[in-house]
Design a protein around this ligand. Structure first.
Ligand code: NAP
Ligand code: ZN
Length: 350
């Protein structure tokens, strides 16, 4: 075991503050990574404030991690000290169930998330995430980072990237499809970039009219201000697929009614309270509503390689870790363009 610097929250109402945590010494299949950048996901905020229930304190959030390998165990084959490497939302799973074998570790009953999951190594009660100096994980959950991309913009790919890439791929978003992205935040702006890269006609739905120009720059073909009922009505019954990334309660029926027959809306946003679904919104047009949880490790690597090939990164605002509580407040006001990323050098100098 060794000690490393981190930022943690002591309760649902405490701000994040400087702390020291324990990490296990790398075992033979482990990779130790010095964290250079960590993105701030809205899930970090939901978890810190215990909006989904089940948060164990202290919590060290952060699951959009990029850095450099500092040490590897004797059985590690894919990484060596000095390599760039990344970790997303998961650090382990049981490796034996059909879901793991199919590369869907995110659906494994025994998945271990990067933070707030039971720590099987008993280094701490739960796993601790990326708002820290370093992390240790099984090499099977470590991702290769394309070396042509700007690192701060790569970090958000590990959650916002894969969480939008995976459902867009699963639901067959390609050229000729009309695709909506609801909410232009961290996830939403990546959804727009990917849907555009896949060749779809992309429509952004936003509550923030001032984001219109950015949405078009990011790859949207059209922008709809969702509070304007007339603008919404113009698109009734016309979408093949809609990706809903909204973090707070909203009227899902307004979007279901925009789907064409057999169209699908997939929720990736995870508001605190249940959404009301009107049966008729689904019945009329055999529409479907589904959800999607991040993506498996093979697909995460595929997404990173796709980003390397197509030069795709997140649009980021890099902050020091000392500004993290301010960043949370701004995230709640949808005031982020379009992902906060912590420069971990600021933690070293603390
Ligand atoms: P974010 O950056 O805060 O973006 C959320 C966006 O939703 C905002 O920018 C805003 O976009 C819109 N929005 C916020 N409040 C709204 C309201 N009251 N009504 C309508 N629209 C509203 O958050 P994020 O990091 O992208 O995460 C989004 C959600 O996805 C969170 O709930 C997060 O926990 C969840 N998530 C799920 C997964 C998964 O695997 N399924 C993975 C990661 C995150 P506009 O300003 O454009 O309206
Ligand atoms: Zn996330």
């Amino acid at each position: 075991m060794y000690k490393t610097k981190a930022y943690s929250a002591a309760s649902a109402t405490s701000p994040l503050a400087s702390d020291t945590i324990a990490r296990r010494a790398p075992t033979e299949q482990d990779v130790q990574i010095e964290i250079l950048f960590c993105g701030i996901c809205h899930s970090d905020l939901h978890s810190v404030r215990d909006e989904w229930g089940g948060t164990v304190y202290p919590i060290v959030p952060g699951h959009e991690i990029v850095g450099r390998v500092t040490q590897v165990g004797s059985a590690v084959t894919k990484y060596k000290p000095g390599d760039l490497a990344a970790i997303g939302c998961m650090v382990d799973s049981d490796h034996t169930c059909p879901r793991c074998k199919a590369g869907f570790e995110q659906f494994c009953q025994n998945v271990i998330y990067t933070y707030n999951s039971p720590d099987q190594y008993k280094t701490a009660p739960v796993t601790y995430g990326g708002y820290s100096d370093s992390i240790v994980a099984d090499e099977r959950f470590v991702l290769r980072v394309p070396d042509n991309l700007e690192l701060a913009g790569v970090a958000p790919l590990l959650c916002a990237g894969i969480t939008t890439y995976s459902p867009l791929r699963h639901w067959g978003v390609t050229e000729g499809k009309k695709v909506g992205v609801v909410g232009l935040g961290g996830l939403g702006h990546m959804g727009v970039k990917f849907a555009h890269a896949f060749g779809a006609h992309v429509v952004v739905f936003t509550t923030s009219p001032e984001k219109t120009e950015d949405a078009l720059r990011l790859g949207a073909d059209e922008v709809v201000v969702s509070r304007n009922a007339d603008e919404m009505q113009r698109h009734a019954g016309s979408f093949d697929f809609i990706l809903d990334t909204v973090s707070a309660n909203h009227d899902i029926n307004a979007y279901l009614n925009l789907l064409c027959p057999d169209g699908n809306i997939t929720l990736v946003g995870a508001p605190e309270k249940p959404l009301d679904v009107a049966a008729f919104s689904l019945i009329m047009g055999r529409r479907s509503l589904s959800g999607s949880n991040i993506g498996g490790i093979p697909e995460t690597q595929e997404m990173l390689d796709f980003c390397g090939k197509h030069n795709i990164t997140a649009d980021v605002e890099v902050i020091s870790i000392q500004k993290v509580n301010e960043a949370y407040d701004r995230l709640l006001k949808s005031d982020v363009k379009y992902r906060f990323v912590i420069d971990m050098a600021s933690l070293k100098s603390q």
